[in-house]
Design a protein around this ligand. Structure first.
Ligand SMILES: Nc1ncnc2c1ncn2[C@@H]1O[C@H](COP(=O)(O)OP(=O)(O)O)[C@@H](O)[C@H]1O
Ligand SMILES: [Mg+2]
Length: 270
């Protein structure tokens, strides 16, 4: 099975938890699929691995052990990506039972994420979307320094000033990695009224001198929809339900911008 080496990576990051990274990663993967890309989705948030749930997958069986490293050729050396809605998924949540947590130290966490990316058998891939934990700790450092491939980091930002502050720190850090391209996704930019469909602000906007939008390209603006939040809990992302046209349009625009940055995937025969 082909590996993921050299495949362009789109890492979805933020300074904070709960701002919509996983939501963006899942819907972006589906929107890229709709553009004809063969997409892998790696759930690298080991401490809150939500990708499977947002796609309606759950492992019930408890794990008795977790392999973090196996020499090539050993039976446990490879993982299998799981196909869901035409995208391929690798998540630590599928290596343990639904009620089991993964409490590992930084070094082991990096090994486990390396394993999800490089020791997984993927079918042919055009790109890998990686859903990161918040901040700049060890797992993020590992992903930000993946070499020998194109790397784009998408920063998810909600309107509040504290979200901007934390993302500015992340931008300062990422600018040190000269080969990384950056893009921004504004999430929860307004609340879509369930009855009339109009959008009203949810949070006060960060003032211009504290906002990231002076230094980061905004590739999409995604309003908050209670309907989309409820469907996501049920494992039905908005790109599948198509229930919120404003969000679907935003994800399609985001996927087109990402594809333009990474270059069109090669035409492939099916
Ligand atoms: N634009 C949005 N519309 C509706 N619900 C959203 C939106 N963005 C995020 N959510 C919801 O907010 C919660 C947190 O989002 P999540 O993607 O898990 O954040 P993170 O991965 O950054 O911790 C989830 O319940 C998700 O469904
Ligand atoms: Mg998440």
């Amino acid at each position: 099975m082909p590996a993921s080496d050299n495949v362009p990576v789109i890492a979805v990051a933020s300074g904070k938890g709960g701002v919509g990274k996983t939501t963006v990663a899942v819907n972006l993967a589906l929107a890229l699929r709709d553009l004809g890309s063969r997409v892998g989705l790696v759930d690298a948030d080991l401490y809150g691995p939500d990708v499977p749930r947002m796609l309606g997958l759950r492992r019930e069986r408890e794990a008795s052990h977790l392999t973090v490293f196996a020499a090539q050729g050993r039976p446990a050396s490879r993982l299998q990506a799981i196909d869901r809605h035409g995208i391929q998924i690798a998540s630590a949540a599928l290596l343990v039972g639904g009620g089991q947590g993964i409490g590992v130290d930084a070094g082991i966490a990096q090994l486990l994420v390396r394993r999800l990316i490089s020791d997984t058998d993927w079918a042919d891939l055009d790109c890998l979307v990686i859903d990161l934990p918040p901040g700049t700790a060890d797992i993020q450092q590992f992903v930000f320094t993946l070499h020998g491939r194109k790397l784009m980091v998408l920063l998810v930002v909600t309107p509040q000033v504290i979200a901007h502050q934390d993302v500015r720190r992340l931008i300062a850090h990422l600018r040190m990695h000269k080969t990384v391209s950056l893009g921004g996704v504004a999430n929860m930019t307004g609340l879509i009224c369930p009855s009339c469909g109009d959008s009203t602000p949810m949070f006060p906007e960060a003032p211009p001198d504290q906002s990231v939008w002076g230094e980061l390209d905004k590739l999409a603006s995604i309003p908050f929809s209670p309907q989309a939040a409820a469907d996501a809990d049920d494992g039905r992302p908005v790109l599948l339900t198509q229930a919120v046209p404003q969000q679907v349009a935003a994800y399609r625009a985001l996927a087109a911008a990402v594809q333009a940055e990474l270059g069109e995937p090669p035409a492939h025969l099916n």
